[in-house]
Design a protein around this ligand. Sequence first.
Ligand code: ZN
Ligand code: ZN
Length: 471
Amino acid sequence: MKRLITGLLALCLLVLPVWAEDPPEETQQAYIQISSPEELLTMADHPEGNYVLMKDLDMTGVDWPCPDFSGKFDGNGHSILNLTIKAPGKSQSQVLDGNQKEYTAAFAGFFGRLTNAEVRELNLVNLRLLVQTEEPCMAGGMAGCSMDSTILNCSVSGCLELRAHQGMFGLAGMVGYGVAAVGNCQVDTTLICVDTDRETGDEQFLGGVFGTGFVEVTDTQVKLDAYVSEHGYVHSGGIGGMLLQYPIGMGRTAYFRNNTVSGRIRFFEDFRARRAYCKALIGELMKSMNYNYGFTDNQTEHFQAEEVLEYDRELRPETCERPEIEETVVPSSCDSFGYTRYTCKTCGYTYRDHYTLYSHTVTEWQVKKPATAEAPGRSEGICDLCGARVKREDPVLPEEPEPETSEPAQPSVPKDLPMPAPTAPKKPLPKAVWMVLCTLSVVGILILVFILTEPQGKHVKKRRRKNRTGK
Ligand SMILES: [Zn+2]
Ligand SMILES: [Zn+2]
């Protein structure tokens, strides 16, 4: 009995510290880890979940659905490269213009529509948004629309272009439309917003951080190269196109503190009732509808508003009729992304595209887990240049072809992929060899049996008989 109690006590002592060290169940289960573009795409199936990015991702070639989101997304300081957006997300909702007129709009962005969401530590590098639409649409690098969401310590770089003509539309570096708080973020984007018809006078919005809405922006740096072509009303600003309390009278706050805006907005407003809102911070400030807003310590001296009074040609960064583009590939390194630089030889216009992930130089790999025909392996090495420990996954080994069967060969990884194969599996012997070996051993056994038993016995007996008769 005493021994049993002592045993139980010892067991408790062993188990208790483990319980104490584990994080609480809530945080343990709260975040789904994302390590590949495929895993990032699954976010659309569980938009209320919490996610954490585990590595930088290259989204080249992925068709992005602009998912709605209402959970927490922790980018963990990582970057998403080359995300391409060609169409708005599936969901639509009501938006308001400055006259409180309602439109049903679609939304395009890394997130289509954020609701009570929190996004942090996420970098969108070389985002390429090109959306042409027949309906009202709000587009933003991080989100097309945001309701009561927070975006902290994030960055967006790339080129975003919206081509629309219906009622109300807009484009921004971070949030197209809505209510949000943006803090400690960086925006470095080319924005191109084009009204594609001359017939209707639209409400058009453009901003480095937000298009229109009630978005608080603090400690944020904006570098902007923006082009607006509108046969209607333009609302554009280095931070936001229009500040509008939405819904009216909610008593929200929106302070603009310690932001830096540089670059320019080049625009035309082809409309009979010209207003031409274009300012370094907020294009149009709806004073009669806003409460609890203010501006302190914002730097805007390197911002330019350039109005063009020629309406026949849409405004774009590239101005040549026939640009002659030269390509230069800048490779990635241990601590910087690579990219291709495209420069027009005629006018000097230059931009970057096709980014590549960090790359280390490892000459000696140590196989930690050899790859097999069923599962990939794992190797580790030390970078020759920076000393970083680098891990890689080694692809599944190709299956050995079976010579006797006439089945088609299994699809396998290309032969030229680097593969550590220190323990090559033994080749099975061909059947013909097996048959010869079997025959030889059977013959051998027969000979052995023959020598040991019958012939030798007779011989001895004969000899003995001989001996006996000889006596
Ligand atoms: Zn050019
Ligand atoms: Zn390195």
